[in-house]
Design a protein around this ligand. Structure first.
Ligand SMILES: C[S@@+](CC[C@H](N)C(=O)[O-])C[C@H]1O[C@@H](n2cnc3c(N)ncnc32)[C@H](O)[C@@H]1O
Length: 234
């Protein structure tokens, strides 16, 4: 039987980076390609966790700010920055109120695997609103997420299960995911949430974003695992 490890506060203070197969092979490469093709030197990583993408983009010349509410994860990011100085700044903040960040100051905002942790549709909308505020005109928000279609479907990299037998159409519905790690173990993330594609796209439009494009990175499955939504502040 494969061992399943549960992601919790204790793990959040220990692991600087969870090597998910999905992150390494499906979403990660597509996110990197899109950021590379996007103009803007200043990048804000909203919900940066332990700074995985902050370091990747600082190394290719971006001026990076990482924001997260989880101090355990930020401590790891900060210790990595002390080990190898890349000029990344980190702040602890809730994404619904980025009062420490000036309006119109970023060319790129990344929101990667954060919406899955947001418990209500209203909070998601508040986060979009704040992301738009801190972006420059024509600045771009890049959202990487589990594909909303990918519920109750087992893939080679994981399994997202909706709880309480609710349907695809229940925005904010509680779920849990079991994800495969590169070392062959599995990790359980309890406390996840699901949103429909309609909700995500229409909420971005409702917040004043223009949808630039959507990317469904292909991998070994016959269905999409992840989705990337790229939206522009008009
Ligand atoms: C699954 S992790 C993804 C981390 C990182 N974006 C990545 O892809 O490696 C989600 C992160 O979002 C943060 N987060 C969730 N809700 C947040 C909120 N309301 N404000 C700030 N950070 C939040 C969590 O603390 C966590 O570090």
């Amino acid at each position: 039987m494969i061992m399943v490890i549960k992601w919790d506060k204790k793990l959040a203070s220990k692991y600087y980076e969870v090597e998910l197969v999905e992150k390494k092979y499906v979403l990660g490469p597509a996110i990197k390609k899109i950021v590379k093709q996007t103009k803007g030197r200043k990048l804000v990583d909203l919900g940066c966790g332990s700074g995985y993408y902050c370091r990747i983009f600082a190394k290719v010349g971006k001026k990076v700010l990482g924001v997260d509410k989880n101090q355990e994860q930020l401590n790891i990011a900060l210790s990595k920055e002390r080990e190898q100085k890349l000029g990344i700044k980190y702040i602890r903040s809730n994404l619904t109120n980025l009062e420490g960040v000036k309006s119109g100051s970023y060319g790129i905002a990344l929101l990667n695997f954060v919406i899955i942790e947001i418990p209500s549709a209203n909070i998601v909308k508040k986060i979009f609103k704040e992301a738009r505020r801190i972006l420059k005109k024509n600045g771009v928000l890049i959202i990487g997420e589990l594909h909303p279609h990918n519920i109750n479907v087992k893939s080679r990299v994981g399994h997202f299960i909706l709880k309480n037998n609710v349907s695809y159409f229940d925005n904010g519905a509680a779920g849990k995911s079991i994800a495969l790690l590169t070392n062959g173990k599995k990790m359980l993330f309890d406390g996840d949430h699901h949103y429909t594609l309609e909700f995500l796209v229409n909420s971005l439009i409702g917040t004043g974003f223009d949808i630039k494009f959507i990317k469904e990175p292909e991998w070994k499955e016959k269905f999409p695992i992840d989705i990337i939504i790229v939206a522009k502040k008009g």
